[in-house]
Design a binder for this molecule. Structure first.
Ligand code: FAD
Length: 431
């Protein structure tokens, strides 16, 4: 009797989940687990929580949905809480598991936890298998080794599009054999140092966690509304649910995979239309891949003040009053303030808003960009370590931007993207 654990992390789905599928087909019995890692709810050296209220709620909803979907296949989700390097081996001993299957990590802290778990499992003679399941292109299919990936996005994109293929998504398992898995028991928010959110009625979108919601949104954005066919024209919008796909939060927690999105996009193209808008979604997903591969190439450099330039990790003197005003949306620059208030009250900000808010912090307030990145980490529902720190470093001029520094003229941006002030009026009205 071969028993295996599947350790879910940011891959909270059953479709296109190689980790789950392999575990189910190679073992007699499988125990799916999720561990609330204490370190994910700690406070960072920048003074912000690693996980804020908005993302915590989305995570809980995603776990409830995953448990429901696993139960429909004959299994369920076992919840652990503590340090993964202690809790995962404990569960291995309890269930006499001989293998643990998990998603392969790339970022520094995630990799460190993965290594700690692996060495504890070795002591138990338990095999640890990891699978690369987050990207559109598989790392092994790239036309370069990780250390030779071009540091300029366009070079990376052109060669990858020309010389690599995107693998097919995996089907979901037909069934999963598991022992009786106890009823889902999630820690309450208070235990995690968090509180229940009250969503501002002006929120661009009602985010609800879980694979089922992700699939619903995809169906809506592609097939029901056809919005995908105009995405390139609308994607720089700032207000409302439909100017962009809003896939990011589900992608960040792995409720949906980029390969599944790609497959559905191809189906859409074959049924309806293939145009520059349908291509542009793939282009954006390539940015996502790129930051992930860059994190693999430079594991901890994205967290240094000078990023890829050199490894200075000192902290600069910070004007905390200015930082506070930026966070609270009280800088006096209405375009920045409207965006920052949206983020504070909803856990979301458009890509246009993020670029401007980041540029303003780095170039106008001249504050160490890592404080901004750490605040976004706390606040964003769609926080993803590679996309967040990669984009921030890029805008701070210490990442992958060949132009060096990228200064946004906020006044001009406000005119270009919010000419009639409707976005600013929405968020700057009396709260
Ligand atoms: C300072 C800053 C911080 C950011 N932090 C994050 C983050 O923590 N998590 C995150 O998912 N995105 C981040 N982004 C990228 C981008 O802003 C969001 O992915 C996007 O706004 C999410 O909305 P959407 O899903 O509707 O995007 P769409 O425009 O519909 O794009 C589709 C998908 O492509 C990917 N994508 C689009 N733009 C980017 C980009 N610049 N970099 C990486 N992937 C991209 C996302 O997965 C997104 O869901 C950040 C951007 C900036 C400038």
């Amino acid at each position: 009797m071969k028993t295996a654990l599947v350790w879910f992390k940011t891959d909270l789905r059953i479709t296109d989940n190689e980790t789950l599928l392999k575990a189910a087909s190679q073992n007699d019995s499988v125990i799916p687990v999720y561990c609330f890692d204490d370190s994910h709810f700690a406070v960072t050296p920048y003074g912000f929580k690693k996980t804020g209220d908005f993302r915590a709620q989305f995570l809980m909803e995603s776990l409830i949905d995953l448990d429901r979907n696993l139960r429909a296949l004959g299994s369920g989700l076992l919840i652990l809480k503590g340090k993964p390097e202690i809790e995962i081996p404990k569960a291995v001993k309890h269930y006499k598991a001989v293998k643990v299957y998990a998603k392969r990590e790339v970022a520094f802290e995630e990799k460190r936890t993965e290594n700690l778990v692996q060495s504890e499992l070795w002591k138990l003679r338990c095999e640890f298998l990891t699978f690369s399941t987050s990207t559109l292109y598989h790392a092994e299919d790239l036309p370069f080794s990780i250390k030779n990936i071009p540091d300029v996005f366009t070079d990376f994109r052109k060669k990858t599009e020309k010389d690599a293929a995107i693998r097919l998504a995996f089907e979901k398992p037909e069934n999963i054999k598991s022992p009786e898995i106890p009823k889902l028991e999630l820690p309450n928010l208070k235990q995690l140092g968090l509180k229940k959110i009250i969503m501002d009625p002006r929120a661009a979108f009602e985010f609800a966690g879980g694979e089922s919601q992700a699939l619903k949104r995809l169906d809506y954005y592609f097939f029901e509304s056809n919005l995908i066919s105009t995405y390139k024209k609308t994607r720089n919008g700032m207000a409302g649910p439909d100017y962009s796909s809003k896939f990011s939060s589900w992608l960040a927690l792995g409720c949906i995979s980029p390969r599944f999105i790609y497959q559905e996009l191809k189906r859409y193209e074959s049924l309806y239309t293939a145009n520059e808008s349908t291509y542009w979604l793939v282009f954006e997903l390539l940015w996502r891949d790129y930051f992930r591969f860059m994190m693999k190439k430079y594991p901890n450099r994205f967290f240094y003040k000078n990023g890829l330039k050199n490894s200075d990790s000192s902290t600069s003197k910070i004007d905390f009053q200015k930082l506070h005003n930026w966070i609270e949306g009280k800088t006096g620059v209405d375009f920045i303030d409207a965006n920052m208030i949206e983020l504070k009250l909803t856990g979301f900000m458009s890509n246009r808003g993020r670029q401007n808010a980041a540029s303003y912090l780095c170039n106008d307030l001249v504050i160490d960009w890592r404080y901004g990145a750490a605040y976004f980490e706390q606040q964003l529902i769609d926080y993803d370590v590679c996309s967040n720190w990669g984009n921030w470093a890029y805008l701070a001029g210490v990442g992958n931007d060949p132009r060096g520094s990228r200064y946004f003229n906020i006044e001009k941006q406000a005119i270009d993207y919010d000419k009639d002030k409707s976005f600013r009026n929405l968020w700057l009205k009396k709260q």
